[in-house]
Structure formats: C-alpha cells, structure tokens
Ligand binder design. Structure first.
Ligand code: GP9
Ligand code: MN
Length: 689
C-alpha cells in the first residue's frame, strides 16, 4: 500500500516537473488560445448580465454562478475538439453566438419585465411587437449591445491566429484526447459547483422558484437550460402529475364551506346594481394626495377616494404577465402561474371568473380595451373568464383621435366607451363590465401630450429690496418618476372626464364603480430617493449622514408598490370609509362577491371584512406581507413593520402557507381542476348563491 502511494507521489512529482520544465501551461495556453477565448468571453458576458441586472452585493460577490458558467461552457466547448480543421472554429462560433444571444435576450427582457426570459414565453414576442415605441424606448439600450464586444473579440482572435499561422490542426488521436480531457475538466468543475450548493438552493432550482434567485446562484446558462426543461414541464406534468395535484387540491379546500357561511354589513348590498370596473393602468398610490407647489397630481381620484370605500394598503400580485396577471387574480382569486402566464399558456382552462358568475345572475358581461385584442391573448382569455363580449381596438375610432403611449388616449377611449355603455344600458337589464385604460403605461415619455404639470419645487427668495421672487427648482423634471406624475395627472384628468360623462348619460344611477391600479409603475428607486431627499439649497440629494435623510431601501420600495382599490357609488349605498388592512388582488373576488351575491369556493383570498387585519398577501415570487412583516423569500430576510420582535415560527408558518397557496393555485390552472369534466369535486361547488 505504502509502496503504491510512494509510486503515485513520485509520478505526480515527475509530472509537475515536466509541466515546469517543458512549460506545459504556457504551451497549453498557446495551443488552445481559441478555445480559452471562447470560455472567457462566454463567462464575461454572463457575469456582465448579472452585474447589469441585479444590483446587490451578494450578486457582485457571487462565485458560484461563475463556476457554473465555466463548467457549462467548457463542456459545450469541449466538443469542438471533435471537429476537424476550420470546422472546430465554426462549432465554437455557433456556440458563442448561442451563448451571446442568451445574454442579450435576457438583458433586453430584464429591462422590460424585471425578470429573466423564459422559453415558455416565446410565444409572447407577438405581444411585445405591438408595444413597439415603448419597447424601443424602454428596452433596447446601449448596454444590451455590449455583449457583442466579447463576441467580436472571439471572431477577431480566430482571424489573428489564422494570420499568424497559429490555428492548430490536430490529428484524430489528438482531437479525441483533447475532447476527453476538456470534458473531464468541465464535468469536474460542475461537480465542485454542485458540492457547494445548499439543499435550499437545489430545491429552488428544481422548482424554478424565482428566476433572479436562480440566475444569481446558478448563472444564466444553467438557468436557461433548466428553464427550457421547466417550460416543457406544464405540458408534461399536466399529463402525469394529476393525482398528486388533485389530492393536494382536495386537502386544501376540504374545510371550506360549499356556500357562504357568514353575513356581514356588506352582504348583498350591491345586488342588482350595474357594475363598471376600471382597470387603471400602472396607477400607484404614491400619486394619491401628492402635490407639487400646492397642485394635486390626482385631484379627481383624491376626491373619489374620500367619497367611496377606499382600501389604502392594497397590493397587486403580478408576475411576468403584469396587466393580464392582475386581470386573472382580480377575476378568479387565483395567483399567476409559476411558468409562463395563465392568459397565454392556460387560456383554455376552466375559471371561476366573476363575469361568469354575473352572467349566471342574468347580467350582460363585457370588457372594453382600445388595444389589439390579441395582446395578452385577451381575445381568448376574456371568453374563458366569462365576458360575453370584448370591445377591443377594432370597435374604437382611432383615426383623427389623440394617441398616447401604446395607443388611443384614455380621454378618447372613455368618451367612446360611454357611447357603448349607453347602448348596452338600453339593450340590457343590468350589466357587469370592465374598462381597461392604457395611456398611463411605461415609459411615460409622451410628456408633451399629458398637459402642463410641473414637477418642480418652488422657493420664495427675499430680494434685497424686500420683495420676493419665486425660484423654480426642476428637481424631478426629466426623471422617470417626474414623468410618471405628469402621466398620472393626465390619467386622472381622463378619469374625471369619464365620471362626468357617465353622470351626464345617467349611467351612474343604480351603478357601482370599482377601480383598481393594475400594478406598480416599475419606477427607479433612485428617483424616489431624490424625491424624498432633495435639498433645494444645494440643488442636490442629501447625504445619508444628514439627520433629515429619509431612507428608502428595497423594503420601502416593495411596500411603496401599493395600488388603489376603490368601490364607489353616486348615492350612499357605499358609504365613505378607508380600510387600512393589508389586502391583495386575490381578496377582491371574495370581498365583492359577498356584496354582489355570488360565491366561489375555490378562491384563494379572503373577504377583507371577515379576515380584517389578520390577512396575508402572498406574492408570486414567494414574498409575503402581513400587518407585521414584509418577508423577502429570495433573501430569506424580512422587515418588521411595527418594530416588534418576530418569532421564527411566525415566519415559517406564513412561508409554508405562501408556498402551499402558490402550489395549489398553480395546480388548479395547470391541471384544470375547476373543470367539472376533469374534476368531479369541482362540479357542485361552482354555484352562485
Ligand atoms: C396592454 C396593456 C398593458 O394592452 O394592458 O399591459 P402591461 O404591459 O401593463 O402588461
Ligand atoms: Mn398593466
């Protein structure tokens, strides 16, 4: 044994001596310049992508994704050695185009969706196209082209080697050995990488839990490979995982009553009333009651929220499906799907949609939106939700009308919608419909069309002679947040006109208006910091050491993403009240169904007037919010909202609840569990009260 070990040691020493004497490392570098360049440029690009997208220290210092990237590209690159002569270059060229494209696509995608691309979203490119202006302006940026530099360097290296006669041609034997050795190195790197992973990381990777989390720990290439497998999974798992899904579904709802088992002061109060729902694009609470030099950003909304039932801590729960995810959750009390979007990938499932229930109650149900009917696949999905008719772009006059951002201006859209509503009101006994606005859509750059609204800070300066002059500090002018306020100011004015026109047409009698902000406006954190900490005396942002500096960290950012929810009647059917309990989009259906007189057993949210301040809002990425805590599931960290000590149990119980809820929601959609033909237990429960 000892002798054997000694022999091995001797061999090892001899080899190291050879490496030193014959300068083997230098030789290796010289002989494999092209291959090594390929590895380096692929790793540089993926690292660059992570640095440009996720701005956290944890990401900047992460070694694991670099290791994973090296492993993957080494394995892929190793096969180049099997090709003869110039074909080896062609192979590496194709591979580097492939890896560079992954980085570029994800870079563009991230700017638009603040997420990484998914193969299940491939069909969504057709939805991106109509957003043309917004996409070009908001998405294609110089940084997206930076990935071409390393790639071009690779091409240049090849031509340089060729010119210098250093592009090696290997014999068959050499090629085979090189391939095998390189493959072993790649595989060994992957083994080292895998050993460093924690159980949690592996679990989340398998689940494709949160894309940022995966990219931060596994690198973009491994993420994308996993994503392709995961994207095929809905189709495959819909075939195979049914039994487990059905079991957990039955278990989840087993204690829930088949009919409504409570009554409160809101039960049935809206029964028989017409319903107009307003989907207010990117309307965020931050604009409410905000003033610039005494002028309100949203004077109309400020008035309405004082008159109606206003929910001041209301959050949308969107994933990559943004507007469409909100529509899903608003209408069905289900969460967005874990892969792809329900509107696009699962439009053919059965949904317990509010419009469907209202139709059963004898209402005429419809949706109105002046955008292309196929955007977010609404044409198909609105039918599945139970809207009898979708008044889309084709039914609106756009010629000669004002266009803002993505299309027809809200003012024109509302005006034309009122004409349609008048007709509907004449032809139908009662109606339930949604109007989906559009103008207040990112990138909020159509400023000239929003009307005059200054986002400045005025300073009264006393002159030497005692008179005063007003000095205007344009601190938010030109920022995205500043432009957003201008845009919301326009959207609010359009809303004001809509209410006036509805009133003039007599459409507010016997009608309830519900309004929700569909999701936050994805505004830069730095702009909020500037807004909160601008010092006009120095014309700059205060330093963090300044005692009056207001912190605005990532938790403040998350909490600030809340959107308005309003239920309003012209008469006093709905009395003015502000509800401050934490509430999510999935609580809307349970809350309004009690008012309107229907019941959906398979809702995931709660009637806010029953659950009150005991509520939890689960976000699609696993984060959750209660009246005590905002929990960040990716970081495994939380912020206590009331400065109290939070027990570990509290975090665990709520995290388990969130995980279970997301799982059940996803199963309902993927396995079509509300379809009475596929799931018998769903039949009898899908009834109106
Ligand atoms: C598109 C509009 C905007 O018709 O609803 O969608 P979004 O980009 O917010 O998902
Ligand atoms: Mn939207």
């Amino acid at each position: 044994m000892k002798e054997k070990l000694n022999k091995q040691l001797k061999r090892g020493k001899k080899y190291l001596k050879r490496v030193k004497d014959e300068k083997l490392i230098k030789k290796y570098f010289k002989e494999n310049t092209l291959f090594l360049t390929f590895i380096i440029i692929c790793v540089i690009n993926s690292t660059m992508l992570r640095f440009f997208t996720m701005h956290t220290m944890e990401n900047y210092l992460a070694i694991k994704p670099i290791l994973a990237d090296i492993g993957i590209v080494t394995i892929v690159g190793s096969f180049s050695y099997l090709f003869k002569g110039k074909k080896r270059y062609t192979y590496l060229l194709i591979a580097s185009i492939f890896f560079t494209s992954i980085c570029m696509i994800n870079s563009i995608y991230y700017t638009f969706y603040t997420s990484f691309a998914s193969a299940s979203m491939l069909s969504l490119t057709q939805f991106i196209a109509p957003v043309s202006d917004a996409v070009v302006e908001n998405v294609l940026q110089l940084k997206d082209l930076l990935y071409l530099i390393p790639f071009l360097y690779f091409v240049f290296t090849y031509h340089r080697l060729l010119k210098q006669g250093r592009f090696n041609r290997y014999s068959k034997e050499e090629r085979k050995t090189k391939w095998l050795h390189t493959l072993i190195v790649g595989a060994a790197t992957m083994v080292v990488f895998t050993v460093t992973l924690s159980g949690l990381e592996i679990g989340r990777f398998v689940k494709q839990w949160n894309r940022e989390y995966i990219v931060m720990r596994f690198g973009i290439y491994l993420y994308q490979g996993n994503d392709v497998v995961k994207s095929l999974q809905p189709k495959i798992s819909a075939m195979f995982g049914y039994d487990n899904a059905k079991k957990s579904f039955d278990e989840y709802f087993k204690d829930k009553s088949d009919t409504r088992d409570y009554k409160n002061e809101y039960t049935g109060i809206l029964e028989g009333k017409n319903v107009i729902v307003i989907h207010a694009e990117s309307f965020q609470d931050v604009a409410l009651n905000k003033t610039f030099n005494g002028e309100e950003v949203t004077p109309n909304m400020n008035k309405l929220i004082k008159e109606g039932l206003f929910f001041s801590n209301f959050y949308s729960q969107v994933s990559v499906g943004t507007s469409s995810d909100t529509e899903l959750t608003f209408n069905t009390s289900l969460m967005p799907t874990q892969n792809g979007t329900a509107f696009v990938s699962y439009f053919d499932r059965t949904y317990n949609g509010t419009p469907k229930f209202m139709k059963e109650k004898g209402y005429y149900t419809f949706s109105m939106h002046a955008n292309n009917a196929d955007f977010w696949n609404r044409r198909a999905m609105h039918e599945s939700l139970g809207y009898e008719k979708f008044y889309s772009k084709e039914t609106y006059k756009t010629e000669g009308e004002e266009m803002i951002g993505l299309g027809l201006s809200d003012k024109s859209f509302f005006k034309q919608s009122v004409e349609k509503l008048k007709k509907i009101n004449e032809e139908h006994d009662k109606f339930y419909g949604i109007v989906i606005s559009l103008s207040n859509h990112t990138p909020f750059s159509d400023v000239t069309k929003y009307g005059e609204f200054k986002v400045t800070m005025n300073e009264e300066v006393t002159n030497e002679d005692g008179t005063t002059t007003t000095v205007e500090h344009p601190y938010l002018e030109g920022t995205k947040l500043g432009n957003y306020f201008k845009s919301v100011h326009y959207a609010d004015a359009a809303l004001g006109e809509f209410f006036t026109e509805l009133d003039e047409a007599g459409l507010l009698e016997n009608t309830v208006v519900m309004l929700y902000g569909d999701h936050d406006a994805r505004l830069p954190k730095a702009d909020y910091v500037k807004m909160l900490n601008y010092d006009m005396t120095t014309d700059s942002v205060k330093s963090k050491d300044d005692p009056t500096y207001q912190e605005f960290n990532s938790y403040h950012y998350e909490l600030n993403r809340k959107v308005p929810l309003l239920i309003w009647t012209k008469d006093d059917t709905i009395k003015a009240k502000q509800v401050d309990d934490i509430m999510g989009m999935y609580d809307v259906q349970p809350t309004i169904s009690n008012m309107l007189g229907f019941y959906n057993k398979y809702s995931l949210g709660h009637d806010i007037f029953e659950i009150k301040d005991n509520n939890i809002v689960v976000f699609p990425n696993g984060n959750w919010l209660t009246n005590k805590v905002y929990y960040n599931s990716q970081k495994g960290e939380y912020m206590s909202l009331k400065d109290e000590v939070i027990g570990e149990n509290y975090i665990k119980e709520n995290s388990d609840y969130a995980e279970k809820l997301l799982d059940v929601s996803n199963n309902i959609i993927v396995f079509d569990l509300l379809n009475p033909n596929k799931n018998e237990s769903a039949v009898s429960k899908e009834v109106s009260k």
